[in-house]
Design a binder for this molecule. Structure first.
Ligand SMILES: Nc1ncnc2c1ncn2[C@@H]1O[C@H](COP(=O)(O)OP(=O)(O)O)[C@@H](O)[C@H]1O
Ligand SMILES: C=C(OP(=O)(O)O)C(=O)O
Ligand SMILES: [Ca+2]
Ligand SMILES: [Mn+2]
Length: 586
C-alpha cells in the first residue's frame, strides 16, 4: 500500500500535479515563490501566440444580421460548430457539463415540456381565412405580437453574447425553407444545429435572407398584462412577418415544434401533406409512416435495426414520396437502456445534447431513471448518429401506415388492420392517452383526442390534412394499421404497458407481410380486425379482453372508451362521408 502510494506520488509529480501533495510549509512559502513562477511562465510563453480562428470570432457581417433587427450585442456566434457551442455553454450557462459519453448536458429551467396553452397565431389578413381558429390555434392581435417581439428584442439587447443559427427545414430541395434562430443560449443553438438540416459550407455562404426567423428570448418572461397573454410563457407565430417569438420557456422543443407548425401551414397550401409521424425504409425500399402523438412510440419504433431511418417526428408526403422536415431526432431519455433502444443509446455522444438529465458529478454518467427534474428528459442528435440512416432523408410512397396510440384504458388491441374508412376515422380522432412528460401539467395518463395525431401543430382545419391523406392512401394502395403501445391486462394502475419486444415483433410481422396474411377475427364494439396470431407474439395478448382477469371491468372500460370516441367525433361529423362515420365504435 505504502509502495503504491509513493509510486502514485512520483507519478503525480511527474505529471506536474504536485500542488495537491503539499506540506503546510510549502503553503506558507507559496506567496513568496508565486512571483518568480509567474515570471518563469512568462518567459516560457511564446512571444506571439498564434491561435486558429474559431467560429466564435465574428465579423461585421455577423453583427449586421442583428443590427438590422435592432439588436446590438458584444459578440455574435453565428453558425458555430458544436465544439464552440460546447465551449460557450460550459462558460456561460449554469449546470452545463460534458458527460462521460461526450454529450453535452443542458438545463431548460422551469419549463421542461411544451406549453400548448401559451401558443398563439397572429390574426392577420393574409392567413385569417386559412387558419382553423379555436382551442388549438388561439388568435393574437398584431399589436400584441409586436409587443412580444419588442420584449424579446429588448431582452436580447441586454445580452452580451448572442447565437445565430441558420438551417433548412425539409429534405426535398423543392420544398425547403430557410430558418434562422436568434437566441441567448448556446444550448438552443446546438439543439437547432442538430434538429434543422445542416447546410453545406457553400449553402451557408449563399444562405441570404431566411424565410422564417425564430426569436428565442425564452429566458425572459412575457408580460402578462399584454392583451391575449395568460401567463409569463408565450410562443407566438406570425405568418405575415414570418416570425416566431418565444418568451418564458427555454424548453428547446418549442423551437422545433414551432418550425413544424410553420410547415403545417405552408405545405398543405401547396397540396402537400405534412404529418406528425416518423418514417423508415426497408431493404426493398418499402416505406412505413408511423403517426402518433407524443409518447406513443414514433421515435422509439422508427429506430429499427432492420430498416433505414428517414426521421423520427415530422414528415411530408408529396407526389414523389415522403421527406423528413428535420435534420435530427429528439428522443425521450427516461428509462433509456442500451438493451431496449440500442440505436438511440449509441447516438448519445459528442454533439448530442441531453436536456434536463441528472448525472453523477464524479463519473459524468447519466441516471436515465432519474425523473427528479422532469419525466421529459430528452436527447437531441443529428440524423447521421443513427447507423442505418437514409441520407438524404427522403423515401418513396408509403406501403404501410401505422397509427400509434398509447391507450391507458387497456382496451384497444395491440394491433388491428384498418379499412380505409377506419384509417380516416382514427386519423381524425387522433386518440391517445397523454402520459406524464412532454406537456407541462400532465402527471398521470389522460385520454386525449388530437386530430391528425398532432392537433397542437396543425394550422388548417383537420379536414384539409384528412383529405390529402385519404387521396394519397387510395392512390398508392397503402395498408393501414392501428397499434396500441399502451396498456394491456388492465387499465393504467392495474395492467401494464405493452412490452416493446411485442410491439417490435408485431411491426416486424407487418413488414415481412406475415400479418397481412394472418387469419382475422372481429374485435367487438370497435369493429376492428384483429389477427388471431402473429409470429413471435403470444396469441393470448392479441385480443384485449383475454388479457383482463375481470371481464365486467373490461366491458365497462370498453364502453367508456367508445363513448369518448363518439363524443369527440361529434364536431367532425358534418364534413365526413357515411363510410367514415360508419367506422365509429358502436
Ligand atoms: N410498447 C412500446 N412501444 C413503444 N414505446 C414504448 C413501449 N413501451 C414503452 N415504451 C416507451 O415509451 C416511450 C415512447 O416515446 P417516443 O418513442 O419518444 O414517442 P414519440 O416519439 O411518439 O413521442 C419511450 O420512452 C419508450 O421507451
Ligand atoms: C418533441 C416533441 O415530440 P414527441 O414528443 O412527439 O417526440 C413534442 O411534442 O414536444
Ligand atoms: Ca463569422
Ligand atoms: Mn418523438
Amino acid at each position: 500500500m505504502a509502495a503504491r502510494s509513493s509510486a502514485m506520488r512520483s507519478l503525480a509529480r511527474a505529471c506536474g500535479v504536485v500542488r495537491r501533495i503539499h506540506s503546510t510549509r510549502v503553503l506558507a512559502d507559496r506567496a513568496k515563490i508565486r512571483a518568480p513562477i509567474a515570471d518563469a511562465l512568462k518567459v516560457r510563453q511564446p512571444q506571439a501566440m498564434s491561435v486558429p480562428k474559431d467560429m466564435a470570432n465574428f465579423d461585421d457581417a455577423d453583427m449586421a444580421i442583428l443590427h438590422n433587427l435592432g439588436i446590438e450585442t458584444d459578440a455574435v456566434i453565428h453558425n458555430a460548430r458544436p465544439g464552440t457551442l460546447y465551449d460557450e455553454a460550459l462558460r456561460y450557462e449554469k449546470g452545463s457539463a460534458i458527460l462521460s459519453t461526450g454529450a453535452l448536458a443542458a438545463y431548460s429551467g422551469a419549463k421542461t415540456g411544451r406549453s400548448p396553452m401559451d401558443k398563439r397565431v397572429v390574426e392577420e389578413p393574409s392567413t385569417i381565412d386559412d387558419v382553423w381558429w379555436g382551442t388549438v390555434n388561439m388568435g393574437l392581435s398584431e399589436k400584441s405580437f409586436s409587443i412580444n417581439r419588442e420584449r424579446a428584442i429588448d431582452y436580447l439587447n441586454t445580452r452580451p453574447r448572442l447565437y445565430v443559427l441558420d438551417g433548412f427545414a425539409g429534405w426535398d430541395p423543392e420544398y425547403r425553407y430557410k430558418i434562422r434562430v436568434i437566441t441567448s443560449r448556446a444550448y438552443h443553438a446546438l439543439f437547432m444545429h442538430n434538429m434543422l438540416i445542416r447546410p453545406t459550407a457553400e449553402e451557408l455562404a449563399n444562405f441570404g435572407e431566411p424565410d422564417y426567423t425564430i426569436y428565442n428570448a425564452g429566458a425572459f418572461p412575457a408580460n402578462r398584462a399584454t392583451d391575449g397573454m395568460t401567463s409569463g410563457t408565450s410562443v407566438s407565430l406570425n405568418f405575415a412577418t414570418k416570425e416566431v417569438v418565444i418568451l418564458g420557456s427555454q424548453y428547446a422543443g418549442e423551437m422545433k415544434k414551432g418550425v413544424f407548425t410553420i410547415m403545417n401551414y405552408l405545405l398543405p397550401k401547396q397540396g402537400i401533406l405534412s404529418m406528425h409521424a416518423s418514417a423508415n425504409e426497408g431493404e426493398d425500399g418499402d416505406v412505413t409512416v408511423f403517426f402518433g402523438l407524443s409518447g406513443t412510440g414514433k421515435t422509439t419504433l422508427s429506430a429499427d435495426e432492420n430498416r433505414k431511418l428517414i426521421g423520427d417526428d415530422e414528415h411530408a408526403w408529396t407526389d414523389k414520396g415522403v421527406f423528413n422536415i428535420e435534420g435530427g431526432c429528439y428522443a425521450k431519455a427516461i428509462g433509456l437502456t442500451r438493451e431496449k433502444e440500442p440505436e438511440i443509446w449509441d447516438a448519445i455522444r459528442f454533439g448530442a445534447l441531453l436536456e434536463n438529465v441528472v448525472f453523477d458529478q464524479r463519473t459524468g454518467e447519466v441516471d436515465y431513471n432519474d425523473s427528479s427534474i422532469t419525466e421529459n428528459t430528452r436527447v437531441s442528435y443529428p440524423l447521421e448518429y443513427i447507423p442505418n440512416v437514409k441520407i438524404p432523408a427522403v423515401g418513396g410512397h408509403p406501403k404501410n401506415i401505422i397509427m400509434l396510440t398509447c391507450d391507458a384504458f387497456g382496451v384497444l388491441p395491440p394491433v388491428s388492420k384498418l379499412t380505409p374508412s377506419q384509417a380516416m376515422y382514427h386519423f381524425i380522432s387522433g386518440y391517445t392517452a397523454k402520459v406524464a412528460g412532454t406537456e407541462m401539467g400532465i402527471s398521470e395518463p389522460t385520454a386525449t383526442f388530437s386530430a391528425c395525431f398532432g392537433a397542437p401543430f396543425m394550422v388548417w382545419h383537420p379536414a384539409k390534412y384528412a383529405e390529402l391523406l385519404a387521396e394519397k392512401m387510395a392512390k398508392h394502395n397503402v395498408n393501414a394499421w392501428l397499434i396500441n403501445t399502451g396498456w394491456t391486462g388492465g387499465a393504467f394502475g392495474s395492467g401494464h404497458r405493452m412490452s416493446l419486444k411485442d410491439t417490435r415483433a408485431i411491426i416486424d410481422a407487418i413488414h415481412s407481410g406475415d400479418l397481412a396474411k394472418a387469419e382475422y377475427e372481429n374485435f367487438p364494439r370497435f369493429n376492428l380486425k384483429v389477427p388471431k396470431s402473429c409470429p413471435n407474439v403470444d396469441s393470448q395478448i392479441l385480443m384485449p379482453n383475454k388479457t383482463w382477469t375481470d371481464q365486467t371491468e373490461f366491458e365497462r372500460m370498453s364502453t367508456k372508451l367508445s363513448a369518448l370516441f363518439k363524443d369527440n367525433f361529434e364536431k367532425f361529423k358534418d364534413g365526413c362521408s357515411e363510410d367514415i362515420k360508419a367506422a365509429a365504435p358502436e
